[in-house]
Design a protein around this ligand. Structure first.
Ligand code: GTP
Ligand code: ZN
Length: 297
């Protein structure tokens, strides 16, 4: 008798889907029905598989998705680890705010990892840390070193959660992934994992187990587009603005010229970081113009 079971697609190899079930990884084929429906099973999808009497496994159903993001695409992303470099490329608050706003819009949680802190002097590092302390205050978890990531990330990845990396080109995403994989290889000292050194040529993602969940082995984002965001909703994606807006006089306050605006009040008091507000105004312009601002070209 055919047996059905559920699992998560962790990889796509030569037309086969690797599905992690409770007990093992099953290599499956998709039934023709998917081609008809144009529904493409994607890494990260929760699926149902059927194992027939001969022991052949088929992917028979894709369960509803929470989201589908990144390039290459990944389904059901729970959390982004955003890699921001101290230098090369330079630490940039406008860029940090763009990424945070984008993922807030996508309804995905974000934590921040500061890379290349070893390449700046203590003064520069103190300045960066002071900036990051604000982001920690408003609710983002910050990792200040690679050691902090390898120690704490596996603990922070919840049961069956899917995490992926994002950040500017050259920020250090692949370097971090490789170091995490090396940690794992050392811990298990079993199967020889391909460490994927150098540039990625493959365009498919693979999930590897980390903590109680998964981390994608290919970073999904290096550039983002904010222009599809609705102008009057942008302020909702600045998490501390949204919180403060409960106390703005007007519902739907855009925090521009409205009287009795709590956000503007908090900016004036220094409770909300001035650069956040300035970057909010820049993003509004970008959305109004429908194109990337000059400083990003
Ligand atoms: N000193 C130092 N160098 C680093 C660190 N992280 C990354 N690098 C170096 O920075 C360069 C770029 O790192 P990558 O990991 O390739 O960056 P990436 O984010 O994957 O870049 P893309 O593939 O272009 O998106 C490499 O030469 C790394 O060796 C770090 O923490 N310290
Ligand atoms: Zn307001």
């Amino acid at each position: 008798m055919a047996k059905n079971t559920q699992g998560i697609i962790t990889g796509l190899i030569a037309g086969f889907y690797d599905v992690q079930t409770k007990s093992r990884v099953v290599r499956t084929r998709a039934r023709g029905v998917f081609r008809k429906n144009k529904l493409k099973p994607t890494v990260g999808d929760h699926v149902e598989i059927q194992i027939d009497d001969q022991g052949t496994s088929y992917l028979v159903k894709v369960l509803p998705r929470k989201n589908l993001i990144g390039r290459p695409a990944l389904a059901n992303v729970d959390h982004i680890l955003l890699v921001i470099s101290a230098v090369e490329p330079d630490f940039s608050l406008p860029l940090l705010d763009r990424f945070l706003t984008f993922f807030s819009w996508q309804n995905v949680a974000v934590s921040i990892y500061l890379s290349k802190s070893d390449l700046v002097n203590s003064e520069e590092l103190a300045d960066i840390n002071e900036n990051l302390a604000y982001y920690q205050k408003i609710g983002y978890e910050i990792y200040l070193s690679q050691e902090a990531v390898s120690k704490t990330l596996p603990v922070n990845i919840g049961f069956e959660q899917i995490w992926t990396l994002a950040g500017q080109s050259g920020a250090g995403k692949s370097t971090l992934i490789n170091s995490l994989k090396e940690d794992l290889a050392q811990k298990t000292a079993a199967i020889s994992t391909s460490l994927n050194r150098g540039k990625h040529t493959t365009r498919t993602v693979q999930l590897f187990k980390l903590g109680n969940g998964y981390l994608a082995d290919t970073p999904g984002f290096s550039a983002i587009d904010l222009t599809p965001i609705k102008l009057n909703q942008l302020c909702d994606y600045f998490i501390e603005f949204k919180k403060a807006s409960q106390n703005c006089k007007f519902r739907g306050c855009q925090h521009i010229n409205e009287p009795k605006c709590e956000v503007k009040q908090l900016v004036a008091e220094g409770q909300i970081k001035k650069s956040r507000y300035e970057n909010y105004l820049l993003m509004r312009k970008e959305i109004e113009n429908g194109r990337l601002p000059e400083y990003l070209k």
